[in-house]
Design a protein around this ligand. Structure first.
Ligand SMILES: *Cc1c(COP(=O)(O)O)cnc(C)c1O
Length: 231
């Protein structure tokens, strides 16, 4: 069943790439496996998936222990400063940096293990009260501040678009963050790359790809609905 789901997602990604005139290699599929058991991750791993996304530090670290070491673990959830030290070794990319204080803590912990940790700045592109992330207006300034930290490297931007029935409703938000990323890239800030754009989830990843996503984060579309009451 998971293999079938994945095949469908892969086909959709390819369709969106063709429509947008982009190469399939430009888009990385991150399988969002939060709340799902290791057996399901393993199944998808054997279908060829090497990028997994988790939103809780403990869950990410526990699953990493049990699965092959060539998996790239993406930390996509809100990160508390006191948890940074536990995830600093295990995260391939932290998608959810939304304050200087968090970046500072990542820098401290990264220095301790002599690593330069790649991060994305999370932007609350629709200005939703319920969402984490810095506002579009504050993003450039935050990037400039974080750029001065030695053991952290900004690779791009991430956003969680609003939950909508029709993905077309999110197209303007994807366009807006894409433009923001281009504008920041033009500033040529030392130590800041804008090569990654992490946007698009099960409901809207095809639209996100059409608007320039380089990472899509798909959970439900691969693993099925999440049941938070039993997990
Ligand atoms: C849960 C989650 C996803 C995946 O959502 P689906 O709608 O299940 O595809 C993507 N990004 C983040 C940050 C998430 O927390």
């Amino acid at each position: 069943m998971l293999a079938e789901n994945l095949k469908q997602v892969e086909e959709n990604i390819e369709k969106a790439c063709i429509k947008a005139g982009r190469k399939r290699e430009e888009v990385t599929l991150v399988a969002v496996s939060k709340t799902k058991p290791v057996s399901m991750l393993s199944e998808i791993y054997h279908c060829g998936i090497r990028n997994f996304g988790e939103n809780k530090v403990q869950e990410l670290c526990e699953k990493k222990e049990e699965l092959p070491s060539d998996i790239r673990w993406h930390m996509i959830g809100h990160l508390q400063r006191n948890k940074v030290k536990y995830v600093i070794r295990d995260a391939f990319l932290i998608h959810s940096v939304d304050s200087y204080r968090l970046a500072e803590e990542i820098n401290i912990q990264a220095k301790k293990i002599n690593r330069i940790v790649p991060v994305l700045i999370e932007v609350n592109i629709a200005g939703e009260m319920s969402k984490f992330g810095v506002s579009a207006d504050e993003t450039l300034q935050l990037a400039e501040e974080i750029a001065k930290l030695d053991n952290i490297k900004i690779e791009g931007l991430m956003t969680i678009a609003p939950y909508v029935e029709d993905p077309e409703e999110n197209r303007p938000y994807f366009q807006k963050i894409r433009k923001l990323s281009v504008d920041i890239a033009k500033e040529n800030i030392d130590n800041v790359s804008m090569s990654v754009l992490s946007m698009g989830m099960t409901g809207d990843y095809m639209t996100a790809i059409e608007e320039g996503a380089t990472i899509v984060r798909v959970g439900t579309g691969i693993f099925g609905a999440r049941n938070y009451t039993i997990s």
